[in-house]
Ligand binder design. Sequence first.
Ligand SMILES: [Zn+2]
Ligand SMILES: [Zn+2]
Length: 259
Amino acid sequence: MTKPFSVAYLILSLRYIIIAGLAFLIFYIIKPKRFNRLHIQKAFPKNKDYWREIGYSFLSFFFFAGYVILLFKTPVRQYTRIYDHVSQMGWPYFFFSIFLCLVIHDTYFYWTHRLMHHPKLFKAFHLLHHKSTNPSPWAAFSFQPTESIVEGGIAVAIVFLIPIQRYAFLTFFIFSTAYNVYGHLGYEIYPKWLIRSRIGKYLNTSIAHNMHHKYFNGNYSFYTRIWDMLMGTMHPDYDKTVDKVLTEEPAIAAVEAIA
Ligand SMILES: [Zn+2]
Ligand SMILES: [Zn+2]
């Protein structure tokens, strides 16, 4: 059992190092000048923030790897709806199941996240993640162990709710990591026309999650803003902030960045 655990831990770590590392390299090390105006908060986190985010992310992967082993490699598997071969359900369902994973996760994340913001639960579950008031890509999995257990619970929800093949599951988790890193990027890479478009307005943005880290309340969503919109929990300054970040003249942004 130690070998499958190590393999799972390695895969989880690699997807984080590659995706968050690439984002960090481009936006925090190379940082081309033309990206300046897309920077949401003009200051950069401190080195100790990066190390805290990285350290706790690697701790989270122990819990996530535990879930993978429990669901895929122990007798628990027979009670799940995991199936082996794509041909059993066909390719259309294979892709549809990835979409279903996103719908389930969008709902799971919003409600568990809101719950963890309850004053009685916040400190025990979610305080560590909020130590990053200006998050970097490394913050994507910066959770205290109790929150890691909650976040990893999405895997349990999925394998018991829908038929899922392991590569569909893997594809979902890679996409999820990429969106999570985007949420903590510190830069808005969606163009304003997309955020303002009829369908694009439902997408969750890096600005929205960055505001969640800065203000603590409001903007609890992950992939879409649908639950925030339905429940009236969007931060009241969201639209104003989108305007500010995405319409600022590059020269002004550059001056602010120096200040
Ligand atoms: Zn939060
Ligand atoms: Zn966050």
